[in-house]
Design a protein around this ligand. Structure first.
Ligand code: DOR
Ligand code: ZN
Length: 347
């Protein structure tokens, strides 16, 4: 006798925050995302950064060329905001069919953020142009001030900067990316309709204890850094609560194993391989599987004013083994939950 596995079918989802890198790494990691998602917002933090429409279009072509045969995966390109970005470039971006947003990194906040913004006042004319054209602003919401405790940098960003920006730009679509704190969850929940947030699977699944479980765990180091359990619970509450301002963004960020297991290891977790399964686990544990579809497939396109996808994917409550290592363009990489297994499996 065979017993039918519990399954859930949802509209094809999108990933609203993704790093796919370039070259051999891009070719290795893109199939994982293309298998699960119809579209993804592509982060521009290459070296050098993807700062112009011309660079974004060239990068888009390289991503399209890296798709597996037959894939219709669509990369949604972004520009990297620098202090040299002009309002004219914003107008060009808003007229370009392939650029969907502008990414703000505080200078030095994270991987390849050296070309980011040192002083928000310097980019106000660019934000004005974005507000006029409706081009969304995606924010890495952390202050970089070395005197601020690393666990407080998101909350301080909200206090010092985001609270000012939302008042100054009431019409600018803004996404606070990869939120990690109860403060961010509440701020977005109570904030204006033009403010939304993405949430990663890893911040929904892990708290900061995962950084030190039996020893120092470099594969659990990401930015913003994992926070204490109360924050994780706040993220689960808003992600699974049905509020359309919160949507899926993996922030899957591949680094070679050697760059993670290092004296000064890189930030980022590679979740793309099993992203949807990980989110399903969170929603299942919260008794909210019926809300996974809105979070993964509706809220993002609705906020970006894009059509929802057609087609569907099915997940079964079944395990999937995760290998110890995967190939990242000829170098070993360590996926999220390496050597473990998922509780759900995409059919
Ligand atoms: O953990 C992270 N990794 N956070 C970021 O903001 C950037 C990302 C990366 O590019 O590796
Ligand atoms: Zn990111």
């Amino acid at each position: 006798m065979t017993t039918e596995l519990p399954a859930i079918t949802i509209t094809r989802p999108d990933d609203w925050h993704l790093h796919v890198r370039d070259g051999a790494m891009l070719a290795s990691v893109l199939p994982d995302t293309a298998r699960q998602f119809a579209r993804a917002i592509i982060m521009p933090n290459l070296k050098p950064p993807v700062a112009t429409v011309e660079q974004a279009l060239a990068y888009r072509d390289r991503i399209l060329a890296a798709r597996p045969a037959g894939s219709d995966f669509t990369p949604l390109m972004t520009l990297y905001l620098t202090e040299q970005t002009t309002p004219e470039e914003i107008r060009r971006a808003s007229e370009c069919a392939h650029v969907y947003a502008v990414k703000y990194y505080p200078a030095g906040a994270t991987t390849n953020a050296a070309s980011g913004v040192t002083d928000l006042e310097r980019v106000m004319p660019v934000f004005e142009a974005m507000q006029e054209t409706g081009l969304p602003l995606l924010m890495h919401g952390e202050v970089t001030d070395g005197e601020i405790d690393i666990f407080d940098r998101e909350a301080v960003f909200i206090d010092r900067h985001l609270s000012v920006l939302v008042k100054r730009f009431p019409e600018l679509p803004m996404v606070l990316e990869h939120i990690t704190t109860a403060e961010a969850a509440s701020f977005v929940e109570d904030g204006p309709a033009n403010l939304a947030a993405t949430i990663t699977a890893h911040h929904l699944l892990l708290n900061r204890n995962a950084l030190f479980e039996g020893g120092l765990r470099p594969h659990h180091y990401c930015l913003p850094i994992l926070k204490r359990e109360l924050n994780r619970q706040a993220l689960v509450r808003v992600a699974t609560g049905g509020n359309p301002k919160f949507f899926l963004g993996t922030d899957s960020a591949p680094h070679p194993k050697s760059a993670k297991e290092s004296d000064c290891g890189c930030a980022g977790m590679y979740t793309a391989r099993t992203a949807l399964e990980l989110y399903a686990e969170v929603f299942d544990q919260a008794g909210a599987l019926d809300r996974l579809e809105a979070f993964a497939s509706f809220n993002g396109p609705d906020f970006y004013r894009l059509p929802r996808n057609t087609g569907s994917v099915t997940l079964c409550r079944d395990t999937l083994d995760i290998p110890d290592e995967v190939d990242f363009g000829g170098q070993p990489g360590v996926p999220f939950r390496a050597g473990g297994r998922t509780a759900w499996r995409m059919a």
